[in-house]
Design a protein around this ligand. Sequence first.
Ligand code: UD1
Ligand code: MG
Length: 480
Amino acid sequence: MTAAPIVIVLAAGEGTRMRSSLPKVMHSIAGRSLVGHVLEAAAAVEPAHVVVVVGHGRDQVVAHLEEIAPWVDTVVQEEQRGTGNAVRVAVEALAAQGVLGGGPVIVLSGDTPLLTGDTVRSLLTTQQDSGARATVLTADLDDPSGYGRVVRDADGMVVSIVEHRDADEGTLGIREINAGMYAFDPQALVPALGSLTTANAQGEEYLTDVIGLLREQGDPVAALKVPDSDEILGVNDRVQLAEAAALMRDRINRRWMLDGVSMLEPESIWIDVDVDLARDVILLPQSTLRGPTSVASGARIGPGTTLISCEVGEGATILHAWCELAVVAADATVGPFTYLRPGTTVGAGAKAGAFVEMKNADLGARAKVPHLSYVGDAVIGEGSNIGAATIFVNYDGVDKHPTVVGRHARIGSDTMLVAPVTVGDGAYTAAGSVITEDVPPGAMAVGRSRQRTIDGWVERRRAGTAAAEAARVAQQEEAP
Ligand code: UD1
Ligand code: MG
């Protein structure tokens, strides 16, 4: 049995081209930071230790890592003196901990979110199967500019890596590039790191020089070429961030479609990595599913719907809605133009309709809030109907108060339920009522002034208007 690998992730660089106050590796795509994606890929080789080299924005990066991956160690590279220096700092820390042993050392970059676990695994097996002291991941690119070029000898063996800025005309013509990801035998890596110099165009210690040094002393070096060069796309600016996000979206959507999810216009549908979808879910255009959202079989989401950390039951329908930390139970319908805020549950077969906002509210099974309402801090029993434009008046300007509506109650249109207040099971409220006192079960509450009708008012006070003329014609027609 070979010893488990150690993974070093380089993330100390400044990421200047992002033009951001957020460190580059903390920018996210598909609901996970760039470095989070790399750590996820690294997990595929079940490393004994993972060390992230931090520098620029280290406080933010360290706090972020403690949150998303508390099992990783961090080591600070005080000055960004090059990739070779960064690995040296990590290796010294590992040696000091006494954990640098027989297992291979895998080096990854914190800004390559599309790298897959399969590729990290292949990198490791190539290193182990070939018996090489180092294995470098490479790719053929149509436009290799900016990258280090992989120089091979007549037998096709890797001889060295030459950085773009140090390359001559002939070397610049090479299309095979260094992806910046490697597996090393620590016994070969440690001494080679010690002999790196800064005699190059950038005045930095290049990790890439380790490859040339090993070959010079006759050590075998292997290379693994990735079939899909998208995997090694490094994010350096916001344009590449958007490119990586689109590639990740396509990858995620493809997997769900192959798993039995239907999508109309998948390029307009964005699904975070932590989302869970059942078979026969239907996703319609312009929809976004974020956080740990789950959607059960047969549910229809969209068009134009955003779900953030929501749970959607079987056969539910949600269209043109924005929902966060909400539960929509089986066969419920939500939308169009509905805003479900945290703590809302729409019960089985229930309805939250057009221009309805709900917050911290529990709508019972088959209960309905069909039109133009605000429902906050409320419990509504099963089968109740909340008339159009009803407002749950939960805020007195200082505190929030709860409202309870029982089972099979009928709240008349345009009712104000002034909390704290309770409407009993099977009770009614009259349209336009302001309800300030509890309504017992089965009662009808009327909380409005009686209508007063002043006959002939228009003829007297608005003579000569179109209204007066219309009234005159109507009265003439009514007369026998
Ligand atoms: C590096 C490679 C190049 C390769 C390319 C792939 C070297 C010398 N060159 O170039 O051959 O084609 O990656 O993308 O390695 N970092 C630190 N500390 C430092 C310097 C860098 O942690 O002192 C980190 C960066 O944050 C980044 C990674 O190392 O995550 C790579 O550094 P970068 O400056 O982007 O190297 P490249 O010039 O792109
Ligand atoms: Mg780079």
